[in-house]
Design a protein around this ligand. Structure first.
Ligand SMILES: Cc1ncc(COP(=O)(O)O)c(C=O)c1O
Length: 352
């Protein structure tokens, strides 16, 4: 009963037929047309159980990312894998560590497993390796690091990630949650594959919900050592991915042109909003993801609450991030061109 249920982003506004949904970090462009076709083609075999081993999808992921596909497990979103990892490696009396503004699911998964969530302070909304290490105790079993992180949009470099792993005792599992990896253009970023190859105590989680635009189908995957993958395969449900999700995921990864287009679209709007919003006095936290954290005044007419209400009145849904201890901020996803134009003009009007 200590768990406050996870509340997703709003999807509707009373009195508005059409809303601009920028509250859940969904894909702006949606999935590849090939994924939609593959999903549709599955309608003939809905009476069949899916391949519980997700073999074709794992093989395709292995080929795309140059990974050993026997060390991949697919899940119903990466959320399921985060939950399974926590349930497998932490329990009553154990601690699960993450950073101050880290993705909410880590604390919820820890509580659900009976473990104690522990958070380490961040520096300027960036995960702080020294602070994380300072909060490691002999009870710590898992360290979760969203890299890049939601909702801050920040990331730590390959060198910092390696420093974190290098200083962690070997009996602590480092889970690198790279849900937004495909959006990151920075040269010093590494999604986690190198560390998984280097250590038995590292797992990288990924998702089809973000750049692949398949959030509704619930499809994610993780890559880890033989031992960890063996455990996850024992505790997961035998058919934890649906046939339509597996088929759509497979078609989606074979259309990397679509992913490149999505990445370019995202980059264009990250740059544009980074240029335009500070000009009208709205602070933008640097982001490498498909969303931005905007900082407003602490209170009064230009507060985040006032901005949220104003945007809602214009049919635009942003995300309140109070539960991430960021009460003066709003998070907005990168949407389509016309949605971003509408966001910019609404924010200009709000500030004026
Ligand atoms: C950092 C992070 N990790 C994991 C997820 C879970 O994604 P999914 O379960 O859709 O794969 C999200 C979703 O917003 C996220 O922001």
């Amino acid at each position: 009963m200590d768990i406050s249920p996870y509340v997703g982003g709003r999807a509707a506004i009373d009195g508005h037929q059409q809303v601009i949904r920028l509250a859940s970090n969904e894909s702006a462009l949606g999935p590849s047309p090939r994924a939609i076709a593959a999903y549709g083609a599955e309608s003939d075999s809905l009476h069949r159980y899916p391949d519980g081993g997700a073999t074709d999808l794992r093989d395709a992921l292995g080929e795309l990312h140059k990974l050993d596909s026997t060390r991949i497990v697919c899940g119903a979103g990466s959320d399921e894998l985060l939950q399974l990892l926590t349930k497998s490696y932490a329990g009553p009396g154990d601690e699960v560590l993450y950073s101050q503004h880290g993705f909410l699911v880590y604390a919820l998964a820890a509580l659900a497993a009976g473990a104690t969530p522990v958070s380490a302070p961040e520096t300027n909304c960036h995960s702080d390796v020294d602070a994380l290490l300072a909060h490691v105790s002999d009870k710590t079993r898992i360290v979760f690091l969203a890299n890049p992180n939601n909702p801050t949009g920040s990331y730590i470099s390959r060198a910092e990630l390696r420093r974190l792993w290098g200083a962690l005792p070997e009996n602590i599992l480092l889970v690198i949650d790279a849900a937004y990896a495909e959006f990151v253009m920075a040269d010093d970023y590494e999604a986690g594959v190198e560390l998984v190859e280097a250590g038995r105590n590292v797992v990288m989680t990924r998702t089809f919900s973000k750049i692949y635009g398949l959030a509704s189908l619930r499809l994610g995957w993780c890559y880890g050592s033989e031992e960890v993958i063996d455990v996850i395969n024992r505790v997961r449900g035998p058919f934890n991915n649906t046939g339509p999700a597996l088929a759509a995921g497979l078609a989606a990864i074979k259309d990397q042109d679509h992913i490149d287009t999505a990445r370019r679209h995202n980059d264009k709007w990250l740059r544009r909003l980074n240029q335009e919003l500070p000009k009208i006095g709205i602070e933008v936290l640097p982001s490498v993801c498909n969303f931005l954290l905007l900082r407003f005044a602490e209170d009064g007419a230009h507060s985040s609450k006032a901005a949220d209400a104003f945007l809602t009145g214009r049919g635009i849904l942003a995300r309140n991030v109070d539960n991430y201890h960021l009460p003066d901020c709003l998070r907005v996803s990168i949407g389509l061109d016309h949605e971003m134009d509408a966001l910019l003009s609404a924010l200009k009007e709000f500030v004026a």
